[in-house]
Design a protein around this ligand. Structure first.
Ligand code: FAD
Length: 247
């Protein structure tokens, strides 16, 4: 409601929002209420202002579509987490910050949130993790997850997984990375025994440094990796842990 008043008074050409759970909740309502376009999960922008074209994934990341808003009104755009890297930002002037007074009629608020569930408090937010060790089907069994956990502890990293690992119930769904899981952009992403299917890559390709450990030299994960180690993860991961322990 606050944003509705601001957007109506400022009348911008484009309203950029992060593609978070919260924005996904209110942005469609806002756009529908204003009868203006909403372009979601954007990974690239070309052109500026009225000429901007937005790139967004389609069909679970199999295709990328270029979308141009039509009509004169503001266009709401949500940006995929990790799609743009902070270290690639080019400085060009300073955007003006204008404080605005908001008045909201309390009687008009029709939702009252209950206290958060216990599960939500414990849930991991991979999108904020600085380092991630992600494990795939190459790990072979749930018991072997301790190999990935030991590596994650050595790096001070969160453990994440490809979809088959979460589908098997070996790790909770909150730790799944990919088109039907989390989008992450840590400083370090270590992929252990992950082949690099497109549905996985769309969720982690924005990571700053990607290290892939896979015994198949032709695995597609090596196409996005900054460092690739071809070999058996059950030999390599413990060797890295031992090397870190030695300092
Ligand atoms: P695999 O493809 O089986 O790869 C295992 C890899 O481990 C292989 O490359 C193998 O060489 C390697 N390996 C085996 N043993 C060792 C060893 N000892 N040492 C080192 N390497 C070893 N997937 C996701 O991850 N996230 C998603 O969000 C997601 N969403 C999807 C949505 C849809 C609609 C569909 C259809 C699929 C989705 N998938 C998703 C599944 C995706 O297509 C792949 O099936 C999945 O990512 C494969 O997981 P994986 O790499 O762990 O397994």
């Amino acid at each position: 409601m606050a944003l509705l008043g601001i957007v109506r008074s400022v009348a911008p050409r484009i309203v950029l929002l992060p593609h978070t759970y919260q924005a996904r909740d209110f942005a469609p309502m806002l756009a529908a209420r204003m009868r203006v376009p909403l372009i979601t999960d954007v990974t690239g922008i070309t052109g500026t202002g009225g000429e901007a074209t937005f790139t967004r994934p389609m069909f679970q990341g199999k295709l990328a579509a270029e979308v141009k808003p039509v009509g004169g009104g503001p266009c709401f755009v949500t940006i995929q987490i990790g799609a743009f890297r902070a270290d690639a930002v080019r400085k060009s002037g300073v955007a003006a910050i204008t404080p605005m007074a908001i008045t909201i009629d309390a009687a008009a608020i029709r939702q009252r949130p209950e206290p958060p569930f216990q599960e939500a408090k414990a849930a991991v937010d991979l999108s904020q993790a600085e380092r991630i060790v992600a494990v795939g089907r190459g790990i072979k069994s749930q018991e072997n997850l301790r190999v990935a956990e030991a590596l994650a502890t050595a790096f001070g990293a969160e453990v994440a997984a490809s979809r088959p690992i979460c589908d098997s119930g070996w790790l909770p769904m909150a730790r799944q990375v990919g088109s039907s899981g989390q989008t992450v952009a840590p400083k370090l992403y270590v992929a252990l025994g992950i082949s690099g299917a497109i549905q996985h890559l769309v969720g982690m390709k924005g990571s700053r440094v990607i290290v892939a450990i896979n015994k198949d030299a032709d695995a597609p994960i090596f196409e996005v990796a900054d460092y690739g180690i071809v070999g058996d993860l059950f030999e390599i991961a413990p060797a890295i842990v031992a090397a870190i322990a030695k300092g």
